[in-house]
Write a protein that binds this ligand. Structure first.
Ligand SMILES: Nc1ncnc2c1ncn2[C@@H]1O[C@H](COP(=O)(O)OP(=O)(O)O)[C@@H](O)[C@H]1O
Ligand SMILES: O=C(O)C1=C[C@@H](OP(=O)(O)O)[C@@H](O)[C@H](O)C1
Ligand SMILES: [Mg+2]
Length: 167
């Protein structure tokens, strides 16, 4: 079974937060590919980056995303970098994909200097600016729906996504 909906977007878009709320509203399960990767690797994402390197993380991510898209029946949140992979973008063509968009000020505010996102550990604002510019067209290309999240409460966004996904 395929996911009811797949959430994509940059770090800080709210994929994990909104995904959990939408799954609860729909009465279905929730999964986050980052959590599946951590369980499989037996360590948190920053440790995977440090011990094994980003290419190893991306390889594991590609496998976990492909498996989840093929078989997870609930709401699936993807890590922000998954859409960089062309084979993943092709797989997403068959799915209901919600792009949670966020612009630089809110994205940086939400992610801050918090640990857990190794790509943003140094220079978060400049890195986020680069990521947004590089990835925005790719999120848009895979999306069947786009929902802007700037300046909005998670509850309101989750309600909008729930209606979109219910169809
Ligand atoms: N609409 C929002 N408004 C304010 N804070 C938010 C919103 N959505 C998410 N957050 C907060 O931003 C941080 C990142 O959210 P998260 O769901 O982990 O994003 P993602 O999975 O897309 O990286 C969390 O601390 C979360 O509570
Ligand atoms: O943007 C990225 O490349 C990443 C985003 C993270 O997920 P979130 O988008 O949920 O923060 C996580 O997969 C990893 O740190 C890499
Ligand atoms: Mg997340």
């Amino acid at each position: 079974m395929a996911p009811v909906a797949v959430l994509v977007g940059p770090p800080g878009a709210g994929k994990t937060t909104i995904g959990e709320a939408v799954a609860a509203a729909l009465g279905v399960g929730f999964a986050d590919t980052d959590s599946i990767i951590e369980a499989r690797a037996g360590k948190p994402i920053p440790d995977i980056f440090v011990d094994d390197g980003e290419p190893a993380f991306r390889a594991l991510e590609r496998t976990v995303v492909a498996e989840s898209l093929a078989s997870f029946p609930g709401v699936l949140a993807l890590g922000g970098g998954t859409i960089m992979d062309e084979s993943t973008r092709k797989l997403l063509l068959d799915h209901t994909v919600v792009f949670l968009s966020v612009e630089l000020p809110d994205a940086v505010k939400r992610v801050g200097l918090g640990t857990g996102r190794p790509l943003l550990a140094m220079n978060p604002r400049a890195t986020m600016k680069f990521l947004l510019e590089q990835r925005r067209p790719l999120y848009a290309a895979v999306a069947t729906h786009t929902v802007a999240t700037d300046g909005r409460e998670p509850e309101e966004i989750a309600a909008e996504v729930t209606v979109l996904v219910r169809g």
